[in-house]
Design a protein around this ligand. Sequence first.
Ligand code: LLP
Length: 425
Amino acid sequence: VMPTVGTFPTSRQDIAGISIADLAAQFSTPTFVYDAAVIVERIEDLKAFDLVRYAQKACSNIAILELTRRHSVVVDAVSAGEIHRALAAGYQGGTNADGVHEIVYTADIFDADALDLVVEHDIHVNCGSPDMIDQLGARKSGAEITLRLNPGFGHGHSQKTNTGGQQSKHGIWYEQIEECKQRAAKHGITITGLHMHIGSGTDLEHLAQVCGAMEKAVREVGNTINTISAGGGLPVPYNAEQSYVNLDEYFSLWDSSRKNLESELGHPIKLEIEPGRYLAAESGNLVTEIRAVKEMGDNTFYLVDAGFNNLARPIMYGSYHPISVVTADGSDREDLDVVVGGPLCESGDIFTQEEGGFVSKRSLPKAKVGEFLVLECAGAYGSVMGSNYNSKPLAAEVMIAEGKAHLIRERQSYQDLMRGERLLG
Ligand code: LLP
């Protein structure tokens, strides 16, 4: 069943049944609050696929990874750090009892730490550059690998999230399959999987083009292939004009490609999907406190205690996030067109902006200093893209599960902030 596009109310009092004022009192602000039930629902939506591999780069808190693991979702790791997180959440290297690689390392390079970890924990590698085949082969002959192919085209919600075509650094160019087969053969490496990811936040039309490219590529590699991955990229609506893709339709396109390949190769092929945003985005809310309400000529600004150090998507891509105000008395208020910004000493620290940095206004309830404001749909590429700019500590993270709020990441302390720094002495 397709989730329907919700409405986006601009005033609210709770997250998953818990009062936002209570959450703020208990955990302070700014704090990311995740609703575990939303993640579980999104996992359920994808159960037609043989394997759902969570692209943890979207939101990699180990409590989130433990939740996905408990719901039979496997995981992708793009760095040594993400491999450590997967292991800490209980995922294992190698192949599990069902013959599944619980962790796959997907990247365009190995740094020294990543290569060491991959070898040490026998982690399956999805190679995004031909050089990775030789680097892995030198350490671990006889390995099985996946190739991440760049099919020569791509599409994303922003030019910055388009990962296909010759402008992109991602994946192995689709015309280099033969060369990769030779590199693999030299090391006794077998190519057992192919993977394509054309971009993040794209649409069905573009996603569907990948199936054809995948079929062609599998034929070129030959019958060692036992897994194909559709990559991630599934969009979620951030406002009423955007929508989900039709998942039934998306699955059938991939399923029919898979079936074609199964009958040509004469053996079963597993179909994986690798979503990040789709699982995490809607579960997450960034709870902030309004610290100033000020007039600048014709504009009213709500300045909150979170900035692009906490949620970088608006300044990076002009991304729209739904926003709501938590009125202290729960009253219905008249709406006002306002600009919402943060505390950073940089004029681009504005949540209501369009691509190119153009400031826009949002119609929100009239609010006062001390009331809370929630930046919604902030679960994916929110906390993980946080920084310490302006020496702001990273925000706390809280997960609500079965009606209870759990602290899953402490707010960074000021000692944490300077950890490792040294005076010349
Ligand atoms: N697989 C690969 C190989 C990827 O590169 C990505 C995202 C995904 C899966 C997951 O894509 P998703 O399902 O989340 O669309 N920071 C940007 C998004 C960058 C995505 C990078 N790669 C944003 O905030 O929109």
